[in-house]
Design a protein around this ligand. Structure first.
Ligand code: SAM
Length: 308
């Protein structure tokens, strides 16, 4: 993305939370382009209870914690995950969870709580009408997202807002793996039922205000996502985060196979090793290669074509 226009487009007074905060924890590339919007949303909502379904290494979770802390209230953020992986991510190591536990204890001891359960079990830990902000970012098949939304909907408060990541996963941006993603279809099926908004960048973020009494300035923010200037603003702010992430040089995560053969997993590792020696992949490319081990080979070919 061309970010040359960013400085004249910052609209500093309009999106004060976006402009006041910069993410402290960036661990993976997929979601981080939405952190500027998340800051603004949390700043305006001042949610008492935020729940994330799918926390992984904590890039989105930490952004919610950071914004809740900045609001100065006594809000709490719950991250629900089995930390075992899924059909999209592959399988990951136990250290990932242990590192999250340590991070929460060190940085957000009074704000963050991790719940290591299946989403369908964890839902019983919350009272009906108690959750203000819900982020759905677990398994991304249509059936899973539909189940997560409908299972957790009764828990939403009258201020309730639900976020869906990955509404813009396509064959063009991730390859054949996109066929397993049903978030777009599910989001389209509910978005006209509620005040809703959406962003295309960073694999897409859908927003629905499910509560009957969501604050006017939050509804305004959600509706502004239909304005091309606003979309361009948040995409540009998100691109700055992604560019910063690239500059940190964090190695793309390596996950074990989740149904792949050992031979395929070996090929993926070899592709990863080759990728690490290839200079400066683009932000989009970093996103692509981080998605699934089977995409590494495809990414390598694209990088070769770009370099040629
Ligand atoms: C895409 S990742 C989350 C990414 C994260 N939000 C971030 O910003 O990096 C999805 C996570 O959801 C978890 N997950 C998927 N389905 C689950 C379920 N039914 N119960 C618990 N965890 C689940 C996976 O273990 C994985 O860590």
């Amino acid at each position: 993305m061309n970010t040359d226009h960013i400085t004249e487009d910052l609209l500093p007074t309009k999106y004060q939370w976006t402009n006041a905060l910069f993410p402290e924890r960036l661990k993976s590339p997929w979601w981080i382009g939405h952190i500027p919007f998340a800051f603004e949303l949390v700043g305006r909502m001042q949610p008492q209870t935020t729940v994330e379904l799918g926390t992984y290494s904590g890039s989105s979770f930490a952004a919610f914690c950071q914004a809740v802390e900045a609001t100065g209230g006594n809000g709490h953020v719950y991250g629900v995950d089995l930390w075992q992986g899924d059909v999209h991510m592959g399988r990951f190591e136990e250290e990932l969870y242990q590192e999250m536990v340590q991070f929460c204890a060190d940085r957000y001891p009074t704000i963050a709580t991790l719940i290591r359960k299946n989403f369908n079990e964890a839902v019983h830990s919350f009272a009906d009408g108690s959750i203000d902000l819900l982020h759905i970012d677990g398994t991304h098949t249509f059936e899973a997202v539909s189940n997560d939304f409908h299972t957790w909907l009764p828990k939403m408060s009258d201020q309730g807002v639900v976020l869906f990541h990955d509404i813009n996963v396509t064959v063009e941006n991730v390859g054949p793996a996109a066929e397993k993603f049903g978030v777009r279809t599910f989001f389209d099926s509910i978005k006209s039922t509620y005040p809703s908004g959406e962003f295309d960048h960073c694999f897409g973020l859908g927003v629905v205000a499910v509560g009957a009494n969501v604050c006017a300035n939050v509804i305004e923010l959600i509706k502004e996502s239909h304005d091309p200037e606003t979309r361009r603003f948040f995409a540009a702010k998100g691109a700055l985060v992604s560019i910063h992430f690239e500059s940190l040089g964090i190695a793309p995560p390596q996950h074990g196979s989740y149904g792949e053969t050992e031979n395929e997993a070996h090929e993926s590792s070899a592709a990863l090793a080759e990728l690490s020696s290839t200079p400066e992949p683009s932000v989009e490319m970093t996103n692509v290669v981080a998605l699934r081990p089977t995409l590494w080979r495809r990414a390598i070919n694209k990088l070769r074509a770009l370099a040629a």
